[in-house]
Design a protein around this ligand. Structure first.
Ligand code: SAH
Length: 230
């Protein structure tokens, strides 16, 4: 009996190891085929995308699809972005290790984890309490102690921790929320999808240079709507 349990344990561990090796190789393929092949070349971004275990951020039933080239449903009508979009937006922020970054739209916590691999501190705001709490638990259990999850309406940003070196918004408002512009450091960058809900929006890069705002329209995207608390 004891021998059987022991054999079971050894096989279980071996299966787990095989499984995680398999996921690591899926991640490396994802980075090569979906990111590098499409021009993502920022080293720290690629490294973070190779490292963060995306399969842990998607619902168990979708785990087998975690590394495919598409967005996935994370419940509550929300989605985790396609890996390419996560990498593209991250690369645009031009992050440095000492940076403090604000994310609006925690969702699964995946984008926050990617940021947390690259910078000193990440603040992320989620309006759906269940999602925010779930993401916070997962990020904690994975040892991301440089991420603070805040439940609330991200429209107001996070005045108490401002200014930020970079801001990333992963839900689409009609217009860029003014408080976020205010809370961006001089020399800082914000990436945000802007446009009407349930339609094609535009990914905008906003830079603050000597107090001036420079906006560049980049590419059509489709994000879930930016909602407001009542
Ligand atoms: N970055 C996420 C994906 C986010 S989906 C990830 O990596 O998984 C967009 C998220 O923005 C959703 O979870 C949605 O609930 C949230 N959201 C929408 N409007 C918001 C607002 N005003 N403030 C904070 N979060 C918001």
């Amino acid at each position: 009996m004891k021998l059987l349990i022991l054999i079971g344990l050894i096989m279980g561990t071996a299966a787990n190891r095989l499984f995680s090796q398999d996921e690591q190789s899926q991640r490396h393929n994802m980075v090569r085929q979906q990111l590098e092949a499409r021009g993502i070349n920022h080293r720290a971004t690629l490294e973070a995308m190779r490292k963060v275990q995306r399969h842990l951020f998607v619902p168990a039933r979708l785990r087998a699809h975690a590394y495919t080239d598409s967005p996935l449903s994370i419940g509550q009508g929300q989605t985790i972005s396609q890996p390419y979009i996560v990498a593209y937006m991250t690369q645009l922020l031009d992050l440095k290790p000492h940076h403090r970054v604000l994310e609006i739209g925690t969702g699964s916590g995946y984008q926050a984890a990617v940021l947390a691999e690259m910078v000193e501190q990440v603040f992320t705001i989620e309006i759906v309490k269940e999602l925010g709490q779930r993401a916070e638990k997962l990020l904690d259990s994975l040892g991301y102690d440089n991420v603070s999850v805040v439940i609330g309406d991200g429209y107001q940003g996070l005045e108490a921790e401002a200014p930020f070196d970079a801001i990333i918004v992963t839900a689409a408002p009609d217009n860029i929320p003014h408080p976020l512009v205010e809370q961006l450091k001089d020399g800082g960058k914000m990436v945000i999808p802007v446009g009407p809900p349930a339609a094609i929006q535009t990914l905008v890069l906003m830079e603050k240079r000597e107090g001036k705002i420079v906006e560049t329209n980049l590419t059509p995207v489709r994000f879930v709507p930016f909602t407001r608390s009542q």
